[in-house]
Design a protein around this ligand. Sequence first.
Ligand code: GLN
Length: 490
Amino acid sequence: MLENLTIEQTSKLLNSKKASALEITSHYLKKVSDANKLNCFITVSEDHAIKAAIQTDNRISKNKKIGLLDGVPLAYKDLFCTNEILTTASSKILSNFIPTYESTVTSNCQKEGAIVLGKLNCDEFAMGSTNKTSFYGPVINPWKSNESDEDLVPGGSSGGSAASVAADLCIASLGTDTGGSIRQPASFTGLVGLKPSYGRVSRWGVVAFASSLDQAGPICKTVEDASILLEAISGHDKKDSTSSIEPNEHFYKNLNSSVKDLKIGIPKEYLSDDLPEEIQGYWNEGKKILSENGAEIVEISLPSTKTALPAYYIIAPAEASSNLSRYDGVRYGLRVKGENLTEMYELTRSEGFGDEVKRRIMMGTYVLSSGYYDAYYIKAQKVRSIIKSDFDLAFKSVDAIFTPTTPNTAFPISKEELDPVQNYLNDIFTVPANLAGLPAISIPFGLSKSGLPIGMQLITNTFKEQTLLNIAKNLQDSINFNIYPNQWWK
Ligand code: GLN
């Protein structure tokens, strides 16, 4: 009864008193401890979870009507500051950081009674697409190829958030997405991952990577669950000046899977001979389903697509280099003593940060330095505006854009990528939505020949999350994916 539960199903079990929150929470805590091999969790917050479950059960026993998230075991990427719970951003430099405050989004979930099982492993400071950059070691994808027994990457940077839901160690999770880190791991693990419009969700209390791109969002088993969580975490927050004043919406209640008369754009620049045939195949199937269900498929052009990745890899490191300057051994986390202040800074940062983070700080400070600022940073900002105008133009004629989420499926952890740029190519389809601030979702479509999940992406105009969720639901209901990995790790 307690296998692969969704938020909707858990809430029904609780409301009908078929299971108590304490039973469900204890069951999931046991699953977490049985799955150490996957390395999904950095911290398990067992005491907090049990306490919250008892509180839910008290509310139920008093016959209070409980909300959809009340009593539902969730877990958060270790980038969200959680009061009194270790928050590391998967970095050595924060390996002893226990916040005295709670991020707005996680606090919104807790206010609704959600239960926090713990904090999930990710790439260090959310920089990466494999989870291999974590100080705590890589997360292992619960999926295996049917051609070999090798451990696979779960994608990144929210790899723990995706692997934990796919392995059913929690019911749903929160991740963050700066260039694809919710959608790419969701696609690699057969799940739904949603990046909201920039500003829909508060960034307050989320460890900053690239502030003009970062957004938190859900990774879940269904589109329904994504709409429940999105609704819970959204809304204006006085503590984040970039959070939007748009009124919050009832995404779950208003979910409607009709795509009749909607226009869906297929960007011709995303078509490439390099795209594996099976990904192309599911993309074609998606177009067919949408058109059979009443949508009109139209070819569109996003001419600046090619420039998105280079622009992202200038803007994101530039912002990261500035954001990460706060980790100096004085204010937070690790301090390595030196002969004098400068040496203390140097030793702390050399020891505290991993290679990928150092690479980003170096790229970022380089493109922001005088002489290169105009040549790189300003140019990348101009390119970003052009990318945004491409989308603005496209959304004059279509309601949504439909593309693959990634150019590949999950690959072996042992696959040595000597060239970091090769890794950056993972983000080719996801980065444009971040640069333009648009909402985007990845939904599972099917398995590759080797038995690995393949996801497809939908993008809509800013604050059109309801349309995004509706189209995603239409595809979900037509495809009926509903496949989970074999539990080999037990
Ligand atoms: N893979 C991208 C990067 O390394 C995206 C990361 C993210 O979205 N957090 O920058």
